[in-house]
Design a protein around this ligand. Structure first.
Ligand code: SF4
Length: 83
């Protein structure tokens, strides 16, 4: 996500005060900033199977919160987050 980070100097001051960084719904998952406003999104990936089912695929679900950019501004902002 490093390529999506917007320099703080390019964000108007009023917008920066209502960004994901200050929103109470933002969370950290490792190096990523995620939005926890809504339940995790589920993605299903087809995974190759080991023996004796070699050559077959089985669905593997993953649930993740969507990554966001700290400087992102959205209409669901709620004050109370830690910068
Ligand atoms: S500002 Fe919007 S996208 Fe960002 S953490 Fe808050 S609710 Fe999620």
């Amino acid at each position: 996500m490093a390529g999506l980070i917007i320099p703080a100097s390019a964000v108007p001051r009023a917008a920066a005060a209502r960004s994901c960084r200050q929103c109470r719904f933002h969370g950290l998952e490792g190096p990523d900033v995620v939005c926890r406003r809504y339940p995790p999104q589920v993605t299903v990936v087809m995974v190759p199977q080991p023996a004796p089912r070699v050559g077959q695929l089985a669905p593997q679900p993953f649930a993740t919160f969507p990554p966001v950019v700290p400087e992102h501004v959205c209409g669901e902002f709620a004050a109370g987050g830690r910068a």
